[in-house]
Design a protein around this ligand. Structure first.
Ligand code: IPE
Ligand code: IPE
Ligand code: MG
Ligand code: MG
Ligand code: MG
Length: 287
């Protein structure tokens, strides 16, 4: 159990990074280079950390699951590579370095995303039919939701939309994978039905909070701090919380989502403290 959140966070992150490096390979050298370039460039590793923390929260032993927890980071990195492509958000900087299609080329970036997606399922299915199978279904459903959310996001560019519709886009494009990260951790840790539902509720709320904060940071932080281009949403007139309700109300809604996430964990004991800390980090972060 974490005595000090910062030390715990640093230790878990470096173990996740080692596991990611272990699993990331393909039969083609240039493709492997592109996959490893985007995957190992950095990143907060929030999704695997949620997975490992959810496992601990339900009484599981997360030290057995560093490789399994990579599945959500592999899907996430695939989504980032494709999100940055000229046909999507057309961005040049990611995790502090040129985007995959800029450093390599568009075809390689598309294939690197495809390969990372396949790798994610390969990794999770090594955990056997029972746990691996259930986790793979969660992963597939969240990946489908993420793609649908990304399609919604593109369709909403330059259009007025309601707050309900915006919340639905955010829940799909970002929330689904964050929420699945928690449920997968629960599955690996042997969660009961009610723990599974609580993790799902927690994940839903932090998912919304995560993208509200991402929208806020896009307009309040520099490209240098973010490691990705600031004001990218303005460029495409994206539907975002600050655009729809302003910065102050966006911050209030993110804090409200944080409270709902913490409330979802109220029946968990101190083993859920890392999950609570991660929820706070998601809302208080500056990058
Ligand atoms: C950025 O995700 C993309 C969104 C879903 C908003 P992160 O902020 O988790 O990016 P990394 O992994 O730290 O680079
Ligand atoms: C993307 O949202 C969410 C994904 C599924 C990748 P954004 O387009 O806002 O993410 P960033 O700001 O480029 O990281
Ligand atoms: Mg996008
Ligand atoms: Mg983007
Ligand atoms: Mg963004």
């Amino acid at each position: 159990m974490a005595i000090n959140f910062d030390a715990w966070f640093a230790e878990q992150t470096s173990r996740v990074n080692r596991a990611l490096s272990d699993v990331c390979n393909s039969p083609n050298a240039r493709l492997t280079e592109a996959m490893r370039y985007s995957l190992l460039a950095g990143g907060k590793r929030i999704r695997p950390l949620l997975c490992l923390s959810a496992c601990e929260a339900v009484g599981g032993d997360s030290s057995r699951f560093f490789h399994a927890s990579c599945c959500v980071e592999l899907i996430h990195t695939f989504s980032l590579i494709h999100d940055d492509l000229p046909a999507m958000d057309d961005d040049d900087l990611r995790r502090g370095v040129p985007t995959c299609h800029r450093r390599f080329d568009e075809a390689t970036a598309i294939l690197a995303g495809d390969a990372l997606q396949a790798l994610a399922f390969h990794v999770v299915l090594t955990f056997g039919k029972e746990q691996g199978g259930r986790a793979a279904i969660e992963l597939a459903e969240s990946c489908l939701a993420m793609c649908a959310g990304q399609a919604d996001d593109l369709e909403a560019e330059g259009k007025p939309i309601s707050l309900d519709d915006l919340q639905c886009i955010h829940a799909r494009k970002t929330g689904a994978l964050l929420s699945a990260s928690c449920r997968i951790g629960g599955i690996l840790g042997g969660a009961t039905e009610s723990q599974h539902r609580a993790l799902s509720r927690y994940g839903h709320h932090i998912g919304i909070a995560f993208q509200i904060i991402d929208d806020i940071l896009d307009v309040t932080e520099s490209s240098e701090t973010l490691g990705k281009p600031a004001n990218s949403d303005l460029k495409h007139d994206k539907a975002t919380y600050p655009k729809l309700v302003g910065l102050k109300e966006s911050r209030r809604l993110a804090r409200e989502a944080l409270e709902s996430a913490l409330d979802a964990l109220r029946k968990f004991d101190q083993r859920a403290e890392p999950l609570r800390d991660l929820a706070r980090l998601i809302v208080e972060r500056h990058a």
